[in-house]
Design a protein around this ligand. Structure first.
Ligand code: AMP
Length: 216
């Protein structure tokens, strides 16, 4: 089973992908997380990714994502199912995913679109704090009371993501509309897109996705 989770910032993609990976034993490919690791490297590639994702808040060039996907798939057993989290984000990525999947004997089964309003997206992201050490996310007011608290998992220092400023969120939402909405329309026409109301609680969203997956 190969599935994709798409949605704007703060729609809960990462959380749902993680739950699905656990329940269905899928390999979770989180492109944003991987690129944040690359952006910390002191190399030409690291600098390019940092500049694009954190300063300009644009999408990282397709050839880098294509390379990442190839490397990841080389490492994964062919029979192992996948959950792609945050990719494809533009039509160029749709093209290379189809090509690469074909060469690995895979096909995309379903694309889940976690739909949340722009308002909800901004509200959620501005409450998101992340452990600098183990990268676990925490919600201010729910998991933690103030930013001086230590990570509940490893005791690390909490910080907001460098691209999670109000201006950064607005810019990334514009990119989502411009680049990713055409991707959703493409999969809708192919009949493999499922829209999920992402504004509901985590368990409800998960239950609905699981209901569709039981049919595959
Ligand atoms: P995310 O954690 O999904 O919000 O991703 C953080 C940033 O990483 C995005 O704003 C992009 O700059 C970059 N990124 C993540 N996934 C992709 C992708 N599929 N294509 C291009 N850039 C990406």
């Amino acid at each position: 089973m190969n599935i994709v989770i798409l949605g704007p910032q703060g729609s809960g993609k990462g959380t749902q992908a993680e739950l699905l990976a656990q329940k269905y034993n899928l390999e979770h490919i989180d492109t944003g997380k991987f690129l944040r690791e690359v952006a910390r490297m002191n190399t030409a590639l690291g600098k390019e990714v940092y500049e694009t994702a954190n300063v300009r808040k644009e999408l990282v060039p397709d050839h880098i994502l294509e390379e990442i996907l190839r490397l990841k798939l080389n490492d994964v057993d062919r029979g192992q199912g996948l959950v792609l989290d945050g990719m494809p984000r533009n039509m160029g990525q749709v093209g290379f995913i189809e090509k690469i999947f074909l060469s690995f004997g895979r096909k995309l089964d379903k694309i889940f679109f976690l739909d949340v309003s722009e308002e909800e997206s901004i509200k959620r992201i501005s409450k998101r704090w992340i452990c600098e050490k183990c990268k676990t996310n925490f919600i201010m007011g729910k998991d933690i009371e103030n930013e001086r608290e230590a990570c509940l998992k490893c005791g690390g220092k909490l910080a907001q993501r460098i691209d999670d400023t109000p201006e950064g969120i607005r810019k990334r939402l514009q990119v989502f509309k411009r680049e990713t909405i055409p991707v959703l329309n493409y999969y809708k026409e192919k009949g493999i897109l499922i829209r999920i109301d992402g504004a509901r609680p985590i368990e409800k969203v998960f239950e609905e996705i699981a209901k569709y997956l039981e049919k595959i």
